[in-house]
Design a protein around this ligand. Structure first.
Ligand code: HGY
Ligand code: MN
Ligand code: MN
Length: 408
């Protein structure tokens, strides 16, 4: 029985109740429950003696300054606190909660390293169909033209930030200290690999590339009883034809995953031929070339289907991130730390996207994965084992000791 693992799990389950919807965990970028989560984490950070602020895009940031008296360098730890709709309690939040456990360890071990913990405000891309708002700002890659993007209610990112009570004029100050020694993210694997191999943790070698698009197919709404089949310009039928292509291409291409996870039908009535459909597309592959070719092929298919059926197709690329290797040196520290904590030195690529893929372009970055029971994530049934959470803290401590010795 590990007290700190138990505490971390309880924290995540408590934060999961801070939600836009009762009984489900839905926490999109800067919605009302963010105030609760910030209050909760701020209190914990302050009790650890950290200086806390909320930056221009709503990232909550706590800085613990080493009291070792030795010259210290800054390490950044963290993950995201937004969730997908009806998400799980551990995706993202666990990485923030464990970062705070590690601050506690660093204090106890009197390590000569400063630690900044960041609870990133936006990673999933749910509210604005635009992911990584939090880490883009910290990595100095947030383009202010993005402030104009709108959510489903027509609220812009700029308004969402202002409504939350943040001064967004200080965007440049959100960029991380360029001298930081690196960024480390602890996250659940969200897949079945560690469970199948009977392992608690793994170091991440790379994060797969990812493309996300929004598409709109526009036909013509009409009466479902009176419009002959050959005269229809049915946006749902066209979308369905294309979605089958998406699935088929992914099934036939080794290692490719392609998902249409969102579909909004207008006017969305059973007795109306659909006038338009808004769709999402998410495509991932370890090789950037394969991913880009797949996206091009799928757009050509969409074009051909729309033309043949007399519909209009529009699309907008929201994300096109290359596959990102993790930093070799930090990852070697992580693998050593895994062994030193008494576990097999497992390493593996990540099929999910993470703030680490954005941070890696700014500074040396590493990740630690924890086993995900049943490989279940982006689902309320998402869980962790207490022994794996304890393993992650032990590995994290060994990592901090190695890193401090190397840079302190
Ligand atoms: O979509 C992803 O891979 C991540 O969970 N945001
Ligand atoms: Mn997620
Ligand atoms: Mn996540």
């Amino acid at each position: 029985m590990s007290e700190r693992a138990e505490r971390a799990i309880e924290e995540c389950r408590l934060i999961a109740t801070m939600s836009e919807e009762p009984g489900r965990t839905t926490r999109r970028f800067l919605t009302a429950p963010f105030h609760q989560v910030h209050h909760h984490l701020r209190t914990r950070m302050q009790s650890l003696g950290m200086d806390v602020l909320v930056d221009a895009v709503g990232n909550l940031r706590g800085l613990w300054t080493s009291s070792s008296g030795l010259s210290s360098k800054r390490l950044i730890l963290g993950s995201h606190i937004d969730t997908v709709p009806d998400g799980g309690p551990f995706d993202g939040v666990l990485g923030v909660v464990l970062a705070l456990e590690l601050v506690e360890s660093a204090k106890r071990l009197k390590l000569p390293i400063d630690i900044e913990v960041i609870a990133f405000s936006e990673e999933e891309g749910v509210r604005f169909s635009f992911p990584f708002i939090g880490s883009r700002a910290v990595a100095g890659r947030f383009d202010p033209s993005m402030f104009a993007l709108k959510d489903a209610n027509g609220t812009t990112i700029k308004q969402a930030i202002e409504n939350f009570g943040i001064d967004l004029g200080r965007l440049e100050e959100a960029a991380a200290d360029a001298d930081a020694v690196g960024f480390v993210e602890i996250h659940i694997e969200q897949g079945p690999v560690l469970e199948a191999e009977g392992l608690s943790v793994a170091a991440v070698t790379s994060i797969v590339g990812q493309t996300r698009l929004d598409l709109r197919v526009t036909g013509h709404a009409n009466h479902a009883g009176t419009t002959p089949m050959r005269l229809r310009r049915d946006a749902v039928a066209a979308s369905a034809e294309w979605i089958s292509k998406v699935e088929m291409l992914a099934v036939e291409t080794d290692g490719l995953v392609a998902t249409v996870g969102k579909m909004e039908v207008h006017p969305n009535a059973g007795n109306v031929v659909a006038g338009s459909v808004d769709l999402s597309l998410d495509v991932r592959h370890v090789h950037d070339g394969t991913r880009r070719t797949a996206v091009d092929d799928l757009l050509k298919h969409a074009d051909a289907i729309a033309t043949r059926r007399g519909l209009k197709l529009e699309w907008n690329k929201k994300m096109d991130e290359p596959s990102v290797p993790m930093d070799e040196r930090l990852t070697a520290f992580m693998t050593d730390a895994i062994e030193a904590a008494g576990f097999p030195a497992k390493s593996m690529p990540s099929g999910a996207g993470h703030d680490a893929m954005i941070m890696a372009r700014r500074m040396p970055t590493a990740m630690l994965f924890l086993r995900t029971p049943g490989g279940v994530s982006h689902h309320p049934g998402e869980s962790v084992r207490e022994e794996d959470v304890e393993a992650a803290v032990r590995v994290g401590e060994k990592f901090l000791q190695r890193l401090s010795a190397a840079v302190g």
